[in-house]
Design a binder for this molecule. Structure first.
Ligand code: ADP
Length: 263
């Protein structure tokens, strides 16, 4: 004896009906967490059972964006995740002290992810979203090992160093045999009062990443949507009101359309 059994991850079982999306980006600050939270809220508003694993060790901003500062509770040997806007969420930030900077090495992050997937009581989810740390490193390999059926969604801005982002994401997807569902271009333009669009961060990044990934993968990797710049995304994130629940937000409307494609 002595061998410890690997924890069982329900989402990784062949009969699992949960769609798992890993939300990835080449770098920080492109809106990956905002997109994750807003897609989750939109999917929950459609009546789906939704969970988020916030594995972004550098940001872990998901609970705030969802408007919860609740701590997970323990029931017997399961961790019960807090819920907000109908979305169950578990975050690395819930297990670290205040804002203490955490130096996570690959193996620690792997074990944390494993625990979030195996020891958290998620119930019967329709969709599980993973907010990955920026960059396509160890964690992407961990996701592939722990959740072979996870599908990847790439978030980028119009000014992306597209080739670079795509090459790294594509190389990992090829290596791990994971499907790349598509690309979301965020911060695409700002709608001006005169009806024109101001492309603050240039244009074409989403399409370039999509084209490059399509070539690398050898199968179509579409642009799933372009999300305009909208101050309601930031203010909504600050107060925990996802803009996909706000009928007055242009970004919210664009993100709801993307959610429809992922439902
Ligand atoms: P990441 O997870 O990629 O680091 P965040 O989701 O934390 O990025 O977003 C970075 C900042 O940009 C946040 O302040 C967020 O509110 C803001 N932001 C993201 N997307 C938009 C958008 N479409 N319009 C306006 N602000 C946005």
């Amino acid at each position: 004896g002595g061998a410890t059994a690997e924890p069982v991850i329900p989402f990784a079982q062949p009969n699992s009906r949960t769609r798992v999306y890993a939300i990835a980006s080449g770098k920080g600050g492109v809106g990956k967490s905002s997109v994750t939270v807003n897609l989750a809220a939109a999917l929950a508003a459609k009546g789906l059972a939704v969970g988020i694993v916030d594995a972004d060790i550098y940001g872990h901003s998901v609970p705030r964006m969802l408007g919860t500062d609740a701590r997970p509770t323990q029931v017997e040997d399961m961790i019960m995740p807090p819920q907000a806007h109908g979305v169950k969420v578990i975050s690395i930030g819930m297990f670290t002290q205040g804002n203490a900077a955490v130096v996570w090495r690959g193996p620690m992050l792997h074990r944390a992810l494993q625990q979030f997937l195996a020891d958290v009581y998620w119930g019967d989810l329709d969709v599980l979203l993973l907010d990955l740390p920026p960059g396509t490193g160890d964690i992407a390999i961990s996701v592939a090992q722990l959740l072979p059926n996870a599908e990847i969604v790439v978030v980028t801005t119009p000014q992306a160093a597209a080739a670079e982002v795509a090459e790294r994401a594509g190389a990992i997807a090829l290596q791990t045999h994971q499907r790349i569902v598509g690309v979301i271009e965020n911060m695409s333009w700002l709608d001006l009062p005169d009806g024109s669009r101001m492309e603050l961060f240039g244009s074409g990044g989403g399409q370039q990443v999509s084209d490059a990934l399509t070539q690398i993968i050898g199968a179509p990797v579409p642009v799933l949507g372009q999300i305009p710049i909208d101050t309601l995304v930031r203010s909504g994130g600050d107060i925990g009101e996802p803009v996909t629940l706000n009928p007055n937000s242009v970004a919210g409307a664009a993100l709801r359309k993307v959610a429809d494609k992922l439902a």
